[in-house]
Design a protein around this ligand. Structure first.
Ligand code: COA
Length: 154
């Protein structure tokens, strides 16, 4: 049987922004009372993903200081593969803003469907090892995305 006929990836015209930071499977234990994945679990994965991107750009420890925007576009189901993509969109003195998108991949019959389920803006502050805020180092070499991941765009 033709492989591509059974495993076509269907994408919306939208594409993930930035680089893949986290990919994991939503489990039944992550569901809310309504049967969809609890928003707090998704947010926590996005915070971790944003923290990875921020920490790479800040070259060290960071802490989340604010989430300035958050949109839940579609529910996530148990068994979905959740991918969190991050892009540093703003660098201040001690802070960095990371736009994080969560994409869900699930089967629709034999097809795989990718859907942007959630996105938000996470603000991090660069910290010293002692937990004191510090300036984000200048970095002309790096672009403002997470470093590339071996598994790039799905
Ligand atoms: C992170 C922390 C050390 C920062 O110290 P602080 O004195 O409160 O920091 P400031 O008020 O000077 O703000 C630091 C930066 O964050 C920005 N910032 C602060 N509040 C913000 C908000 N609500 N939205 C967007 N940016 C904000 C400031 O503009 C500043 O950016 P800049 O230096 O690039 O101009 C301190 O707030 C803290 O420990 N917070 C708790 C962090 C935490 O526990 N997070 C959850 C677990 S990671």
């Amino acid at each position: 049987m033709n492989e591509s006929a059974t495993s076509t990836t269907v994408q919306t015209k939208d594409r993930p922004r930035g680089q893949l930071a986290i990919r994991l499977v939503a489990m039944p234990a992550d569901l809310n009372a309504g049967g969809h994945v609890f928003g707090g679990w998704i947010l926590s994965q996005m915070d971790l993903a944003g923290g990875i991107c921020a920490s790479e750009r800040a070259q060290g420890r960071v802490a989340t200081i604010a989430i300035t925007a958050m949109e839940f576009h579609h529910p996530v189901h148990a068994g979905d593969v959740l991918s969190c993509w991050g892009e540093v969109t703003k660098v201040g003195n001690t802070s960095l803003t990371v736009h994080v998108q969560a994409w869900s991949r699930r089967h629709d019959g034999p097809r795989l469907v990718d859907l942007k389920v959630t996105e938000g803006d996470f603000v991090f502050v660069a910290l010293t090892d002692a937990g004191v805020k510090r300036s984000v180092p200048a970095d002309q070499e790096r672009n403002q995305e997470c470093s590339p991941h071996p598994t790039d765009h799905p």
